[in-house]
Structures are given as structure tokens and as C-alpha cells.
Design a protein around this ligand. Structure first.
Ligand SMILES: [Zn+2]
Length: 306
């Protein structure tokens, strides 16, 4: 049994995850972005409480966290929305409190490990996990191992440039995949192109656009078409670069994947001529709302397990 900790910008979730990847008990609480010590005490309390609820003891702790984090030192980097956590090491501190081995990864990497170990990517040794929501992130598994960059860096699949004339991105470039294909891009596109008379424009969300498209709304269908095109371009780039066995698609936008998949496949088919693109399967993530928690446990297995 592994104690799993998912640290996000707004909440911390903790759970007990069994050796098959099943979450037996879970709790969550708001993150205190300024006070790290309170955060660690809260995590320790929730670990003890979920273990009690599950009627189990845990033999290790896995952490998935919003990044950047240093997976080797177990320290927090410069995470915008957790300023008080910078340079602190939950790995060291939880290991001291519980006298157990603790492993940490970026949450995108944790989710990739989860889908590769216990989800739709089982038995696939080359897998790319992509989550499309308010941003685009993910993780890369090559030859069965989590791929890390120099100094343990987490590669940013959402920040490859798809259109240099595209919208400005927080990373410094214009036209990153994220700035063109994450949920907010679909909303911005609709807001910019819908006729003045369009009733649903004000305050519309990516989810509502998908619902309207399902009902045949022409303006929403155009936004969906555009979204699918850019999703397809980014996925095609990943196929050209890595020729993976599987790309696992996750995140709130991918809950409406049925609207996008035909167009995504058509974009891939229109290029990717020099790699066996037809052998790269696009699969929808299978682990549901608890993916990050399950991923946190998988981080431990991947680091210390057999
Ligand atoms: Zn960017």
C-alpha cells in the first residue's frame, strides 16, 4: 500500500493506493500557497487519516506535484502559485516524519507513469501522455522509463511552436501548441469569430462550446473544427518526433474527444509520411478523476518497486 499525495495549486489530495492502482481512501484540502510547514503537517495528517479509513498501513509515499519540481532532490522549484514552497523538500520532510522512502515527480510525469503502468498504456514501452485542459501538459515514457531532460527537467510538450504568428504564450514564444489548442484558445477563437448576434458568446466555456457543437450549433462547430485542427498538428508533431506506440489523451477538453478525433486522424494522415504514424494509437486516458493520485503512487513503484 502506498500513501499517494497530489499537490496542486489550489488543492492537495491524499489517498491510499493498493498494488493494483486502486484508490482505497482519499481526502483533500485547500493548498496553503505561502506556508510550507502547515502544508506538510496537513499532508501528514491526511496520510494517517486515509490509512485509518482504508484500514491499511502504507509502506512508502509517492508524490505528484504541479511543477517545476526536482525529482532527484525532491525539492520544489519556482512554482508561481506556491511561493512559500520554493526550495523546500517534501520528500526529505515526509521521509523523516514517517521513516519511509518517498519519491516525487511532476504531476504530468506521474500521470504518464500511471497510464503506462495501470491504465490504457499497459505493456506499451513508448508512450506519450497529453492532457488538454486550461493548458497542455504531459509526460513521456521511452523504453519503459520516464524520460527526463538535463538535471531531471520535465519536458514541456505544450510549448512546441505550432504557429509563430499565433497568440503570445506565457513561456515567451508565440503560437505554442498550448496557446492554440488548450481550452481557453477554443473560447478565444469563438469570441473573436462569432457573429455579433451570437447568443452564447458571453462567458462561454470550452465545455459549453463542445455541448453546443454536439447540438449542431454552427458557430460552436467551427470552433471545434479549428480546435481539432490544432490538436491534430501538435499530435502529429509528437508522432514525427517520437513515433510512439500510443499517445494517451486526457484532460477536460478530451472529455469531448469524439468531436475531435476524426479531424485529428485526418491531420495526422496529411503529413507524418516518414514515420509509421498508423501504428501510433490514440487512446483516451482510462484512470479518471483520480489519475493524479494514482500517478503519485505509481511514482513510488517506478522509483523503488520491482
Ligand atoms: Zn509556450
Amino acid at each position: 500500500m502506498i500513501g499517494a499525495v497530489d499537490i496542486g495549486g489550489t488543492k492537495i489530495a491524499v489517498g491510499m493506493v493498493d498494488p493494483s492502482g486502486k484508490v482505497l481512501a482519499r481526502m483533500q484540502a485547500p493548498t496553503d500557497p505561502e506556508n510550507y510547514s502547515n502544508g506538510i503537517e496537513l499532508i501528514a495528517r491526511m496520510l494517517r487519516a486515509t490509512a485509518e479509513n482504508a484500514g491499511e498501513e502504507f509502506s512508502g509515499i509517492g508524490i505528484g506535484s504541479t511543477g517545476p519540481v526536482d525529482p532527484v532532490l525532491g525539492e520544489f522549484g519556482d512554482v508561481d502559485f506556491l511561493p512559500g514552497w520554493r526550495g523546500r523538500s517534501p520528500v526529505k520532510d515526509l521521509a523523516q516524519i514517517f521513516k519511509l522512502r518517498v519519491a516525487l515527480e511532476n504531476d504530468g510525469d506521474a500521470a504518464a507513469l500511471a497510464e503506462a503502468g495501470w491504465g490504457v498504456g499497459r505493456n506499451c514501452s513508448r508512450l506519450i501522455y497529453v492532457t488538454v485542459g486550461t493548458g497542455i501538459g504531459g509526460g513521456i515514457i521511452l523504453d519503459g522509463q520516464l524520460y527526463r531532460g538535463v538535471d531531471g527537467a520535465h519536458p514541456e510538450v505544450g510549448h512546441h511552436v505550432v504557429d509563430p504568428a499565433g497568440p503570445k504564450c506565457s513561456c515567451g514564444f508565440r503560437g505554442c501548441w498550448e496557446s492554440l489548442a488548450a481550452g481557453p484558445a477554443m473560447v478565444a477563437r469563438l469570441e473573436a469569430h462569432a457573429p455579433a448576434s451570437y447568443l452564447h458568446r458571453s462567458g462561454i466555456t470550452a465545455k459549453q462550446i463542445c455541448e453546443l457543437a454536439q447540438q449542431g450549433d454552427e458557430v460552436a462547430l467551427q470552433a471545434v473544427e479549428h480546435e481539432a485542427y490544432y490538436l491534430g498538428l501538435g499530435i502529429a508533431n509528437l508522432i514525427n518526433l517520437f513515433a510512439p506506440e500510443v499517445i494517451v489523451l486526457s484532460g477536460s477538453v478530451m472529455k469531448s474527444a469524439a468531436l475531435f478525433l476524426d479531424r485529428i486522424h485526418a491531420v495526422i494522415d496529411s503529413g507524418c509520411r516518414f514515420v509509421p504514424a498508423a501504428k501510433t494509437q490514440l487512446r483516451l486516458a482510462s484512470l479518471g478523476e483520480d489519475t493524479n493520485l494514482i500517478g503519485a503512487a505509481r511514482v513510488w513503484h517506478s522509483r523503488f518497486g520491482q
